[in-house]
Design a protein around this ligand. Structure first.
Ligand code: BMA
Length: 357
């Protein structure tokens, strides 16, 4: 009911010509879902791929893409990560220049695609990386009144300046993700629910109210699979969330064969997306599978035999598979030209309900 109300409201605004770029993007994503389609996305797709890397982004046309080289089309969604922007670095934690991200993000939107940003910032208390979980005092230290609060404000200033440099281009921002596991310093055992919610809400308030950024679609995306109660236990609130997402990967357990691992993963994805669908309908939010994949794609029919049946008819607006590292040969989540199982991805990309550009 709520979903229908928001969809109609969105359509009215779009038709009346009063819609903002963010509202137009939301409306487009709602229409994608109503049409039963799912946008396919790939992390860092224009920046590098399996064994190649853009070296001079200013002169490069940024037209290369592992996904395009295999399927003939660009992914409908491109993901980037802001990790490193907080320190004023010129490249992110994986060596992607922020200038390239800006240029590629605008090109992706021009092509009619979507862009989403995650953020693996460094640990503001210890100086370690996002995975430094040596202290459970980090979130507390950066909230108002904490010893690192003013430094954290500078970090947010830098992230805000990047988003402002996109003009009014609408993009998804997915901060403080996978927060119910305990592998990032903002994770489940590293802060209280109140502290986490305060962190998300402070970030939202700073960027949207203080910095006036109107172009961000906010995505709350814990790791899955988890039950609805746990998902909601750190939910920051309907006013600062536009999409409900989840990150779920396939990892075979010790001694688990590919078939069993695939079935287990597909079951987890289906259950989690069903939970998101119920929550999304109740809260009037879009839903997505914000990160997924099977590192190295060892299952020759992963796309058509595992991922596709797991997401088909789920009501998500997009699914994004993680990056194809240029410098770690086994660390890839999408196929590349010459990869032995590339045909399986081609068939996935040709499904009527899977959208590439
Ligand atoms: C992880 C890996 C890392 C990378 C990080 C942030 O899943 O891909 O190599 O640094 O994401 O992009």
């Amino acid at each position: 009911m709520m979903r229908i109300f928001f969809t109609l409201l969105g359509m009215l605004l779009v038709l009346s010509g009063c819609a903002s770029p963010k509202e137009r993007m939301t409306e487009r994503l709602s229409r994608t879902v109503e049409d039963g389609k799912i946008l396919y996305g790939h992390q860092d797709d224009p920046a590098y791929g399996h064994a190649w890397l853009v070296t001079d982004w200013e002169s490069d046309r940024l037209e290369r893409s592992d996904v395009k080289e295999v399927s003939g089309r660009y992914p409908a969604v491109v993901g980037f990560d802001l990790g490193g922007i907080e320190l004023g670095d010129s490249c992110n934690l994986d060596g992607v220049p922020f200038g390239l991200m800006r240029k590629a993000a605008l090109a992706q939107l021009d092509r009619g695609g979507l862009v989403t940003f995650s953020w693996h910032p460094r640990n503001p208390l210890t100086g370690g990386d996002a995975w430094d979980i040596s202290s459970d005092q980090v979130v507390k230290a950066i909230l108002p009144g904490g010893e690192k609060h003013s430094e954290f404000q500078r970090w947010l200033e830098r992230a805000a300046a990047f988003f402002a440099s996109l003009g009014d281009a609408p993009v998804i921002f997915r901060p403080w993700h996978e927060n119910l596991g305990s592998w990032f310093w903002w994770g489940g055992k590293l802060c209280t629910a109140e502290e986490y919610i305060a962190l998300y809400r402070y970030t939202w308030t700073f960027l949207t109210q203080e910095k006036g950024l109107k172009n961000l679609l906010w995505c709350y995306s814990p790791n899955g699979p988890i039950p609805a109660e746990l998902f909601l236990s750190r939910y920051p609130g309907d006013d600062c969330v536009d999409l409900l997402g989840t990150d779920i990967y396939e990892y075979p357990g010790a001694g688990e064969n590919l078939r069993a691992a695939g079935e287990r993963y597909a079951g987890e994805v289906q259950a989690m997306l069903a939970t998101l669908q119920t929550l999304g309908a109740g809260h009037g939010k879009l839903i997505c599978l914000s990160e997924t994949g099977f590192e190295g794609l060892p299952d020759p029919q992963w796309w058509t035999g595992v991922l596709y049946p797991a997401i088909q008819g789920s009501g998500i607006c997009y699914v994004l598979t993680w990056r194809n590292a240029h410098d770690k040969p086994g660390h890839f989540y999408a196929p590349w030209k010459g990869f032995e199982n590339e045909n399986d991805f081609k068939q996935f990309a040709e499904k009527e309900d899977i959208i590439l550009l």
